[in-house]
Design a protein around this ligand. Structure first.
Ligand SMILES: [Zn+2]
Length: 276
């Protein structure tokens, strides 16, 4: 900022922070302003730049008081969403000049403020958790579901040193079918598309813990869940059958290796039909 000279001939003026209370649109506001002050006679002066700053401060103080987004808030919310001024204007159906002016200090109307917030403060929470199927991951429940399959199949699936090559397919079908028919997975597991079929994501870290967990500590299976496990076990009485069936599923074939398999694709399963 350029130093000004006192018009009364006292030499250079000093820049000073001052607090001013002003009335703007019938609202009393306190703003901090920088002014040129003559140390000799106390004369104050502002230049074009400080006048612009003052206007902006008044606009922001007014907006803060009226619960409107301030210029800085609009800019930082917009940047947090990775939107340019142009894309935000396009999405909102307003001119880009409006966005620029609001960020610089023009006061938006309350209806425009609501519109801005609807684009910048989107707090909508998705109604499904795509990768856990609307249930928090429970290792004891994985064990419980595995035990239920073992009971019906009459054989051990949770074997010593087993890497869940086959068990993972039973679990995947059980979780996906449960999500499709009951709106919720059975175990909260997240599955990845691996070369040998759908597998528990991070299974290497989980296998040991699942085996050691106490299935009785988990929520008992509902009638609907038992019915689903029953129909899967009857359709695939041996492990090789379910392993091959999983490899027929388009949703696994289409998925890039290592990617997560979304529960939202459950309705596209082809090898397990509705059990209801
Ligand atoms: Zn002076």
């Amino acid at each position: 900022m350029m130093t000004k000279a006192c018009p009364m001939g006292h030499g250079p003026m000093e820049l000073k922070q001052q607090t001013k209370t002003i009335t703007f649109r019938d609202v009393e506001l306190t703003v901090a302003v920088t002014a040129h002050v003559c140390p000799e006679c106390g004369m104050t002066a502002s230049d074009v730049k400080t006048a612009g700053q003052v206007q902006r401060q008044i606009a922001d103080a007014y907006r803060a008081k009226m619960n409107l987004l301030t210029g800085d808030e609009i800019r930082s919310l917009r940047q947090a969403k990775n939107l340019t001024q142009d894309t935000l204007a396009e999405e909102m159906g307003v001119g880009v000049a409006s966005i620029k002016r609001w960020e610089l200090g023009n006061i938006q109307s309350s209806s425009m403020d609501n519109l801005l917030r609807s684009y910048l403060e989107k707090k909508y929470v998705c109604s499904i958790n795509t990768y856990t199927g609307n249930r928090a991951l429970s290792l004891p429940r994985i064990k419980r579901v595995a035990r239920q399959f073992e009971t019906i199949l009459g054989k051990r699936l949770l074997k010593k040193g087993d890497k869940f090559l086959f068990l993972a397919k039973y679990l995947w079908y059980a979780d996906m079918t449960s999500f499709r028919e009951l709106g919720k997975s059975m175990t909260g597991s997240t599955y990845a598309a691996l070369p040998y079929g759908p597998q528990l994501n991070n299974y290497k870290d989980l296998v040991g813990e699942i085996k050691q967990s106490d299935e009785l500590a988990s929520e008992p299976l509902s009638d609907g869940e038992i019915r689903i496990i029953d129909s899967i076990a009857k359709k695939f009485p041996n492990e090789k059958q379910i392993y091959d069936a999983a490899h027929c599923e388009e949703i696994w074939k289409e998925a890039p290796t290592g990617s997560l398999l979304s529960y939202s694709l459950a309705y596209r399963l082809t090898e397990i039909q509705s059990s209801v």
